[in-house]
Ligand binder design. Structure first.
Ligand code: SAH
Length: 248
């Protein structure tokens, strides 16, 4: 069952009061009526089972039947720092990276980033909307943060305390599982994905100076959004495997 994303202030004292587009989604798209139940999340790790009590044209009231706190998944401490590709392709990257379990997304400007879209301030809001709906759709209960746009140097600076991976194929590149050897779930990992033109030599050098490892995603040249989806999946899967090995 899809979870519905309810901002934390919607639920108080065991009752959710839902208005606007979320109410319309529940009553018009899902066609839920009084007495029916649905799952919701606040995006902060809590999952709710709710029962519709009353619906009118402006609001829907639902009673909380059950509240469950869920642990963050294996990608919770993974940050994807990506130079947004053009047009709708960043939207694909955001939706899929969230589905695959990313913990945070940092839009990046790099030397070869596309300048035009950088100035469009409506884009981060659109990406956040997509992240909310992908969180609910994929059954996640932790909403990934989408930060303001950072420069490559700012993002490197923030990444320097954890493990830092630079998607950049070449002779020095590791596979993602090899680069993550010894990393546990919850350890901060930042994964950098470059623009269409790739990272410059100066950027690769700067990343190496903070101890970043270059990682390869195979012999073909992927578009940025494809690289992001593939790399997030590999990080999350590698960390999950590490967990099951420990458990076994
Ligand atoms: N024009 C560049 C390719 C850029 S592809 C070149 O010829 O080198 C856009 C971004 O996707 C890259 O900066 C890198 O971060 C990532 N990427 C694409 N294919 C990749 C691969 N096979 N391995 C690792 N990263 C890759």
């Amino acid at each position: 069952m899809d979870r519905i994303f309810l901002p934390p202030d919607v639920i108080a004292e065991g009752t959710a009061t839902v208005k606007g587009s979320v109410r319309r989604h529940i009553t018009d798209s899902l066609r839920l009526r009084a007495g029916e139940r649905f799952l919701a999340t606040d995006g902060l790790g809590v999952e709710y089972l709710l029962q519709v009590e009353a619906v009118d044209r402006t609001e829907l009231v639902a009673k909380v039947i059950e509240t469950r706190e869920r642990k963050p998944g294996p990608g919770c401490a993974l940050t994807l720092a990506i130079s947004p590709p053009r047009g709708g392709r960043m939207e694909i990257a955001v939706e899929k990276a969230v589905e695959c379990g990313v913990g945070r997304i940092v839009p990046l400007t790099t030397s070869r980033s596309v300048l035009k879209d950088r100035r469009d301030s409506s884009r981060p809001e659109r990406w956040r909307r997509i992240a909310r709906s992908a969180t609910a759709q994929s059954g996640r209960v932790h909403l990934p943060e989408i930060t303001e746009t950072l420069t490559f140097d700012e993002a490197l600076d923030r990444a320097s305390e954890g493990k830092c991976l630079l998607a950049h194929p070449g002779l020095q590149a590791y596979s993602i599982p090899a680069a993550l050897s010894g990393t546990r779930i919850g350890d901060p990992v930042t994964l950098f994905v470059g623009p269409e033109g790739g990272f410059t030599d100066d950027e690769v050098d700067a990343a190496r100076r903070i101890g970043a490892l270059e990682v390869s995603l195979g012999p073909t040249r992927l578009r940025s959004e494809t690289a992001a989806i593939a790399a997030v999946t590999l990080v999350v899967a590698s960390l999950s495997t590490e967990l099951s090995r420990e458990a076994g």
